[in-house]
Design a protein around this ligand. Structure first.
Ligand SMILES: Cc1ncc(COP(=O)(O)O)c(C=O)c1O
Length: 391
């Protein structure tokens, strides 16, 4: 059967653009050869052995069935324990819904609170999947572009100005993908308060919270006494568990009930084997996670130094996560043009900033979830491009 014989697809599919990360990934796959892959946003480490062992044991013991829509009780308790231990965030296990990655937590939260005719406010540049997910809810994304000149710090006044009666929620991501900035608690509290006045929620995406380098890893929700905040986190980044698809949301009873009601329509529950693995990850030994953290911190320092040394390049100090959002506006063409040239002529794969929404143009996102050797090679090549193009 050919595509032309098939009935047409939904407007939803046709209106959604592929993410820039996927576009660059496909370009790199087509091109092949010795490429330094700095486009991927996942740890280059494998999941620690003890977590894999726990999953295998659980599977052999029969932990292979559907679980409750909220997840197994041991996992909900482990999430509460980890949140208090690492993020100073008090969560009642009853207020947790375990999900297939942070992605499903965000989708269930959005589907629970937003719908047709409503708006979702997002400071940008931001993770492109927010836009996609907002469209899946039939709500309208309202992007508030932030500026590199302020290191992409949260512009409270403009975010608050965008909140109105049609606002269903605001999505805040800290540490941020792609800017790696960590928000201060006060502006976040001000946005939460403004949202509450308009009967709107704030979704706090903290999937990189355990990779905040200079702070104490404290959740931005820790000090908030609010019933309109939904916290999202996942095992993916901290424990190198991207493929296990295990995340969670925690929040007010209204959203937890909404997510539980919708969960049978998305995945029912996260993989039961992954849930058992996550219990071990969250409350088992933390040595491997600490080692990965130190490796990311060392790479962050390396990337920061290399960017500072190369003329015409700059980036805000990466405060958390594993991205540098590098200003390449001195180069000819759009960020997509620059990313393509860098890939085709110099063999370094990055993600163009224009794909992260308003405010992203003129930048490339480089992931430092890669070995120091590969980062060194990548930056040597970037340096060569800067030299060639300045001549
Ligand atoms: C900002 C942000 N939020 C959420 C996610 C989703 O993470 P997960 O792999 O757990 O679905 C990602 C993944 O890259 C991300 O960058």
């Amino acid at each position: 059967m050919t595509a032309s014989e098939s009935p047409s697809l939904s407007e939803r599919v046709t209106s959604i653009e592929p993410t820039p990360i996927r576009t660059m990934y496909n370009l790199a796959e087509e091109q092949g050869g010795d490429l330094v892959r700095l486009e991927i946003g996942e740890p280059d480490f494998d999941t620690p052995e003890h977590i894999i062992d726990a999953a295998m044991e659980a599977a052999h013991r029969g932990g292979t069935h559907y679980t409750s829509n909220a997840g197994i009780p041991a996992l909900r308790e482990a999430i509460a324990e980890k949140s208090a231990r690492d993020h100073d965030l008090a969560i009642d296990p009853e207020d947790v819904v375990a999900t297939a990655g942070g992605t499903e937590a965000l989708l269930l939260a959005l589907l629970s609170v937003a719908g047709r005719g409503e708006e979702v406010v997002v400071p940008t540049p931001a993770w492109p999947q927010y836009r996609m997910q907002i469209k899946l809810t039939d709500a309208t994304p309202v992007e508030i572009p932030h500026s590199a000149t302020d290191d992409f710090a949260l512009d409270v006044d403009r975010v608050i100005d965008a909140i109105g009666d049609r606002t269903a929620c605001v999505i805040l991501n800290s540490p941020s993908n792609p800017t790696s900035q960590v928000y201060d608690p006060e502006p976040v509290a001000a946005v939460v308060e403004a949202a509450a006045k308009h009967d709107a929620y704030v979704i706090l995406d903290e999937v990189y919270a355990s990779l905040a380098f200079d702070g104490d890893g404290r959740s931005l929700a820790a000090d908030l006494d609010a019933n309109n905040v939904v916290h999202v986190n996942a095992c993916s980044k901290q424990y190198a568990m991207t493929g296990w698809r295990l995340g969670w949301l925690a929040g007010p009873e209204s959203v937890v009930n909404g997510a539980m009601k919708l969960h049978p329509g998305t995945s029912t529950c996260p993989s039961s084997v992954s849930q058992h693995a996550a219990v071990e990850a969250l409350v088992g030994p933390q040595d491997a996670a600490k080692e990965m953290y130190r490796a990311f911190e060392e790479r962050r320092d390396y990337v920061r130094d290399r960017v500072a040394e190369i003329p015409t390049l700059s980036c805000p100090d990466p405060e958390g996560g594993f991205y540098a959002f590098v200003d390449v506006s001195a180069f000819d063409g759009s960020s997509f043009d620059v990313a393509k040239r860098l890939c085709r002529e110099y063999g370094v794969v990055t993600v163009p900033g224009e794909g992260f929404g308003a405010g992203g143009e003129g930048h490339l996102r480089l992931s430092f979830a890669n070995s120091l050797d590969r980062l060194e090679l990548g930056f040597d090549r970037i340096e060569a491009m800067v030299r060639d193009e300045r001549e």
